[in-house]
Design a protein around this ligand. Structure first.
Ligand code: AMP
Length: 147
């Protein structure tokens, strides 16, 4: 998958948005969804996506969508910090297959970091138990500040 090309309506995040496959949500509104990465690179790895845009990459996104997405990343990262007290947080976003992207619906990764827990490799982390992800999502959601 190159940097440019048509949006695939059957990509996995589009299916999550249509409720065709399950996900573990943290929070959502009419514009954005924050949900747990099922192959977390560290405990509390959250993804944030737009519900309205068909942008595959950052290069394609509409500025107003990017503004909402960025605000959602900020709100979610602050909740991750309050809930899990990491020592650092990596905010990551990949574009194009050569850039490390595997799902072609624009998304931002929020990965909590601890100095003594190495981050698992992107695309190489084991699948997490749903119950574990739900417990983390609940803790992060409980730490959200008012919108
Ligand atoms: P990227 O490689 O930047 O496109 O990131 C895609 C992310 O989606 C990876 O971190 C995957 O672990 C994650 N992922 C893939 N399938 C699912 C799924 N069904 N639910 C939640 N996260 C997923």
């Amino acid at each position: 998958m190159s940097l440019t090309g048509p949006y695939d309506p059957d990509n996995i995040f589009a299916k999550i948005l249509r409720g065709e496959i399950p996900a573990v949500p943290v929070w959502q509104d009419d514009h954005v969804l924050a949900f747990m990465d099922v192959f977390p690179q560290s405990e509390g790895h959250v993804l944030v996506i737009s519900k309205t845009s068909r942008a595959r990459t950052l290069l394609e996104v509409e500025p107003e969508v990017l503004a909402r997405l960025t605000a959602a990343v900020h709100r979610t990262a602050r909740a991750v910090d309050r809930a899990l007290a990491p020592e650092g947080i990596s905010i990551m976003q990949f574009n194009g297959e050569a850039g490390g992207q595997t799902v072609f619906h624009l998304h931002v990764h929020i990965v909590p970091r601890w100095a003594d827990r190495p981050m698992k490799g992107h695309g190489h982390a084991p699948m997490a138990e749903t119950a574990t992800l739900k417990a983390l999502a609940d803790r992060i959601a409980a730490a959200l500040e008012p919108d």
